[in-house]
Design a protein around this ligand. Structure first.
Ligand SMILES: *[C@@H]1O[C@H](CO)[C@@H](O)[C@H](O)[C@H]1NC(C)=O
Ligand SMILES: *[C@@H]1O[C@H](CO)[C@@H](O)[C@H](O)[C@H]1NC(C)=O
Ligand SMILES: *[C@@H]1O[C@H](CO)[C@@H](O)[C@H](O)[C@H]1NC(C)=O
Length: 373
């Protein structure tokens, strides 16, 4: 009976997917976990691989600064414009709302004037390095879908490392190095993501593209997710099916775009020139006005919903799976080992639903009992 149901589903499947072929834009949406279909046996559920929509993940982040007292303004401090050491009329004062620059201002809505930003203390302890870690934690596995973008309000740092964790901050790996001089700072040859290929896409590079002096008008640093996707999906990401196919078969590639935490390690502020002006150390500090992280909850292709509960994201698991990432089978649905859904075959993938445990099927139990001597 199971076999015949499978066959009739399969026939229908073929018809559905040939209809889908007329709508290439439908490819790779994976926005439905199941639909009811009609077969000779009546209405049955047809299960599909599914995933939540990508969204702005910054809303759900928890931020930690190390050292914890690195934010400016306590005690109040004046700082200078980096380009002009004699323009020192800016003040940071944590006790006055208009003059405070707390970390939350990295995550508020931009587009206002003047833009709001977090700011560190100045580099008054030079030559002791001014190191700051900004750690972003989700307490949830997330798949990045767009570039990480960090906007600096002073110059972009001379040296910084973007790191990631896949295990809730227990271990960290570098994601990308940024420096005005990669060889000098990190003993790495400077590279750009465009120098990579399908085969080297997972290489961790040092880029000089985003660290040029303060004279350039750009304030932005990228971690290029889309350029990396493009090695598989084409320059305008028109062939997502090809990317999904690769993600399905290459765990390393999938893991590369997956995070639970990010860490921005600021190692040397913008100096704008080779020598640090020791007479005017109030020119040197970090200031960040915006951080963008787009992604989706990782639900192992078993959910389209991902809800916030007690300030934490949780997948709304289908296919009789459970856990924060739908990473296991529900109780009484362990009839075969859990496995993630699969993007293949395009466009609907394979759901790999969890099936009832043998012991929970009454009839089977009875049959088995009869067979006992
Ligand atoms: C920042 O994080 C790194 C590891 O990711 C750690 O070695 C370092 O001590 C941390 N703290 C500061 C202030 O850099
Ligand atoms: C992360 O989530 C787990 C499971 O829900 C919870 O027990 C833990 O307290 C959370 N950790 C943090 C730091 O919020
Ligand atoms: C679990 O599986 C059973 C049988 O396959 C199905 O009837 C039920 O709706 C499923 N439950 C969920 C929550 O998907």
């Amino acid at each position: 009976m199971y076999l015949s149901r499978f066959l009739s589903l399969h026939t229908l499947w073929v018809t559905v997917s040939s209809v889908m072929q007329h709508y290439p834009s439908v490819w790779g949406h994976y926005d439905v976990c199941k639909t009811q279909i009609y077969t000779e046996e009546g209405k049955v559920w047809d299960y599909m691989a599914c995933q939540p929509e990508a969204r702005d993940m910054i809303k759900y982040v928890k931020v930690t600064l190390d050292p914890p007292d690195i934010t400016c303004g306590d005690p109040p401090e004046t700082f200078c414009a980096m380009g002009n050491p004699y323009m020192c009329n800016n003040e940071c004062d944590a006790s006055t709302q208009e003059l405070a620059h707390p970390p939350e201002l990295m995550f508020d809505l931009e587009g206002r004037h003047p833009s709001t930003f977090w700011q560190s203390t100045t580099w008054k302890d030079y030559p002791k390095p001014l190191h700051v870690n900004i750690t972003l934690s989700w307490n949830k596995t997330i798949e990045l879908t767009d570039n990480i973008v960090i906007t600096f309000e002073s110059g972009r740092p001379d040296q910084m490392i973007l790191e990631k964790s896949l295990d809730y901050g227990r271990t960290w790996q570098p994601y990308q190095y940024y420096a005005t001089d990669c060889l000098d700072a990190f003993h790495m040859d400077p590279k750009s993501v465009r120098d990579l290929s399908q085969h080297t896409v997972l290489e961790i590079i040092c880029t000089e593209e985003y660290s040029t002096g303060y004279m350039t008008n750009s304030k932005i640093i990228h971690f290029e997710i889309k350029d990396r996707f493009a090695f598989f999906a084409g320059p305008r990401l028109h062939n997502m099916a090809s990317l999904y196919g690769q993600l399905d078969t290459t765990k390393k590639l999938r893991d590369f775009f997956t995070i639970t935490d990010l860490r921005i390690r600021l190692l040397r502020p913008a100096t704008g020139e080779i020598y640090v002006d020791e007479q005017h150390l109030a020119r040197y500090f970090y200031a960040i006005s915006d951080i963008r992280v787009y992604g989706r909850c990782k639900c192992n292709l078993h959910a389209t919903g991902c809800k916030e509960e007690n300030k934490r994201l949780l997948c709304e698991c289908e296919h009789n799976t459970t856990g924060p990432d739908c990473g296991k089978c529900k109780k009484n649905y362990q009839g075969r080992p859990w496995s993630p859904g699969s993007y293949l075959p395009i466009p609907k993938g394979t759901a790999n639903i969890c099936i009832p445990s043998i012991s929970s099927i009454g009839i089977r139990k009875a049959v088995m009992a009869e067979e006992l001597p």
